[in-house]
Every structure is written in C-alpha cells, then in structure tokens.
Design a protein around this ligand. Structure first.
Ligand code: BGC
Length: 266
C-alpha cells in the first residue's frame, strides 16, 4: 500500500542528521512539504533540503534551538509563513551527556532535560496551538493534526550512567500520554516512537566491531536498527493508516525491551 501525505506539511526537529534526517526524507518522499529544523548544523540541513528538492519534493531548512521558547515560536512562524499550515510534528531533537550520577554536572543534567523534554513540550505546545487555530483539514487527513514524539527504549529500560537521558525519555512518555488524553476529542493524534539501538552518530561507537557484538546480545532480533526502520514508522504514524492509534508508544527496537537477559532462563 502506498502512503500519501500529499499537500500535508511536516515539521521535523533535529533533522540535520540521524533519525530526524531520515524521517524528513521519508515524509518528503511520501509527498509532505517538510521543514528541516537544525540547531547548529546548517550545512547538512541545507544539503538534505537540496536532496529533497532534487527528488521533486518540497523542503526548507530553519535553524532553531528547541529548548528556547523564542526560537520555537520563530520556527513555527517560519513554517506557517512558508507553507501556510502544519499537519505533522515530529519532535525528534535529542542529545546525550553521559556520566555516572555522582559525577554528573548540573549543567549536563539541565542540558539534556531542556533539549529532550522541555524542547518536546515547547514544540508540542506550538503545534497544538497551530492545529487549534487552523482547524481540521479533513480533505488531507482524518486527524486535525498529528504529533510524533521521538522517545527511546530508555523510557522503559533504566540506564546506568545516563540518568539525565533516561529521566528525559521517561518524562516524554507521560508528556505524550497526558497530551493525548487532553486533545483526543479535538481529533489531534499524539504518539511516540521508542527506538532501540539504531545506527546513527549518537551511538556510533557502540555499533561497530566488538562493541556491536556486545550490543547484539541485547537485541533478540539479531541486528542493529537502521534509520529507515524508524523513518518508515514515522510515515505510517503520520498517515491515516494509523488513524485509530492514539496515546501509544511504538517500540522499534528488535526486541531490546523484552528483557533479553532472561532468554536463557535468567
Ligand atoms: C540511545 C542510544 C542507545 C539506545 C539503546 C537510544 O535511545 O540514544 O545511544 O544505543 O538507546 O540503548
């Protein structure tokens, strides 16, 4: 089945690399006009925009730090100025600042919470305001707007040495479900994707050589994920094919969240 998001407008945060870039590309390939948000890496974002345009798609790049309220307002204003509406938000921006809890600085705690959690709140709030303002666009989609939060298996799996990251992703779970409960009646659909180990820059070291072998012990399905494993799910969650999916987290992790340590009787 071909999924069409023709004439819909999608905003993807943190789209200059990794999961965000793949999601932006896949949404554009499905026909959506895409806003490629980046924070500090303008060049790869502009390259992605050029690539999407060469393939016949529509895209612009907009720089903004999702943890800053003014930046987020500017990002959404640029989206509406260019494309006139918003149908899909993929709140994807995220980072890691790893350390044992005893060594973790307040700055690194705050940075991760600000980008990964507050950033998702600010972007979701701006998207909801826009969805409410523009009203349903029923000729394009059954839902009056769709929000996809990028979470992680670590919204469920505790992660020693990464308490800021795990806390931010655990926060996303209840942020997403509370928003979904709040706006469901308005036919605004809100869901999360929880990727496991995906081959991206954020975990480049863990997905090569011996480190990859060790990682595979945690993945019952026996392979590291690729960005398209996640991007394909983003497109499906943004489409009417998932119209009855609301307030759910879709784990895309090759079974990482299945307590693989218990495979051999624990
Ligand atoms: C993290 C990766 C990690 C994966 C599985 C993701 O959320 O960003 O660094 O490999 O979870 O632990």
């Amino acid at each position: 089945m071909q999924i069409s998001l023709d004439k819909q407008v999608a905003l993807v945060t943190g789209a200059s690399s990794g999961l965000g870039a793949a999601a932006a590309k896949a949404l554009a390939a499905a026909g959506a006009a895409v806003v490629v948000n980046y924070n500090s890496h303008a060049e790869p974002a502009e390259r992605l925009v050029a690539e999407i345009r060469e393939a016949g798609g529509k895209a612009i790049a907009v720089g903004a730090d999702v943890s800053k309220e003014d930046d987020v307002e500017r990002l959404f204003a640029a989206t509406i100025d260019t494309y006139g509406a918003l149908d899909i938000l993929v709140a994807n921006s995220g980072l890691q600042r790893d350390a044992a809890t005893v060594d973790m600085t307040l700055a690194d705690w705050n940075k991760v919470i600000e980008v990964n959690l507050t950033g998702q709140f600010l972007c979701a709030r701006a998207a909801l305001r826009q969805f409410q303002k523009q009203g349903p666009r029923s000729w394009l989609s059954r839902a009056a707007g769709k929000i996809i939060h990028m979470s992680s298996v670590h919204q469920l799996i505790p992660w020693a040495g990464h308490v800021n990251y795990a806390a931010s992703k655990g926060g996303i779970d209840l942020l997403m479900r509370s928003i979904a409960q709040e706006v469901g009646e308005q036919r605004i659909r809100v869901n999360s994707i929880a990727p496991g180990a995906i081959r991206t820059a954020i975990n480049e070291e863990n997905t090569q050589g011996d480190a990859e072998k060790k990682l595979l012990e945690l993945i019952p399905y026996g392979r590291v994920g690729e960005v398209d494993d996640v991007a394909n799910a983003v497109v499906w969650l943004a489409s009417d094919l998932s119209d009855y999916v609301h307030g759910t987290t879709l784990f895309i992790d090759g079974g990482m969240s299945l307590y693989p340590g218990f495979r051999n009787n624990g």
